[in-house]
Every structure is written in structure tokens, then in C-alpha cells.
Design a protein around this ligand. Structure first.
Ligand code: ZN
Ligand code: MN
Length: 138
């Protein structure tokens, strides 16, 4: 096993902790660029590449979640537990939805696929209340 000395240096640890903290303190499912903007004043030598690298490090270890977007920019979630999202197709906002993760779906998928299913993701798409109001203003 290769020990990544760079990843465990005090400076990198501090940066990674700051990135994890920014993510933990927001429910907005931000992009890497948004996190970078929040931190660049405190960490003048931080780069967007470093932010991406640390986000990969954290998600590889299951500490955060990546919300992959097929076409757009990936977003990141400080809440790594299984939960569902609702995405506004008008403004792009991503919010948590207060709906319990349905374990029966894993069982059905397992039966149908023969896979050992460990989790699932579910995203709902629509138009958020703010965008709906904006569009119905006469
Ligand atoms: Zn919206
Ligand atoms: Mn979330």
C-alpha cells in the first residue's frame, strides 16, 4: 500500500477539515467552486484542484456524498447518510426531501438483478415553489 504523505501533511489536513466543515454547515449541496470561494480568503494557497482532490478523498471514505450530474457540475453533500433529493429543473437548486429511504426498493432490485444491493439513490425533478411563483406572476 502506498502511503500518501501529501494527503496527511498538517497543511493538507487543515484544508481538508475546513472543506468538510464548510460542507457540514450548509444544506445547499454546493459545487467545488462554491466551496473554494468560501475558503480562499482563509487559505490563500488553496486551489480549485486541491478542493476537488480533497472532496474525492472524503467521498472515497464515505464521509461525504457526490451528487453526480450527467451534464452539469457535480455537487457535494455533507450528509453521507441515505436520503433523497429534489432538484429544481428551472434554477438548479438541490434540496433534501423529508422522505424515508425505502429499504424495500433495495430488496426488489436485488431480486430482479441478482446483485447484492447495498444502497440506492433517488432524485426527484420538478419546479421549486420560488420558481413556480416567479413564473405565475402576471
Ligand atoms: Zn427553482
Ligand atoms: Mn442531501
Amino acid at each position: 500500500m502506498i502511503t500518501d504523505k501529501k494527503a496527511t501533511s498538517p497543511r493538507n489536513t487543515r484544508q481538508r477539515e475546513a472543506i468538510a466543515r464548510v460542507l457540514a454547515e450548509t444544506t445547499s449541496h454546493p459545487t467545488a467552486a462554491w466551496i473554494y470561494d468560501k475558503l480562499k480568503a482563509d487559505f490563500p494557497d488553496l486551489s480549485l484542484g486541491t478542493v476537488y482532490r480533497n472532496l474525492s478523498f472524503l467521498s472515497d471514505r464515505g464521509l461525504i456524498r457526490v451528487l453526480r450530474s450527467g451534464s452539469g457540475t457535480d455537487r457535494f453533500d455533507g450528509n453521507a447518510s441515505g436520503h433523497y433529493h429534489v432538484v429544481c429543473e428551472s434554477c438548479g437548486k438541490v434540496e433534501d426531501i423529508a422522505m424515508e429511504s425505502d429499504a424495500a426498493l433495495d430488496e426488489r432490485a436485488e431480486t430482479l438483478s441478482g446483485y447484492r444491493v447495498s444502497s440506492h439513490r433517488l432524485d426527484f425533478f420538478g419546479v421549486c415553489p420560488a420558481c413556480r411563483d416567479r413564473h405565475t406572476v402576471s
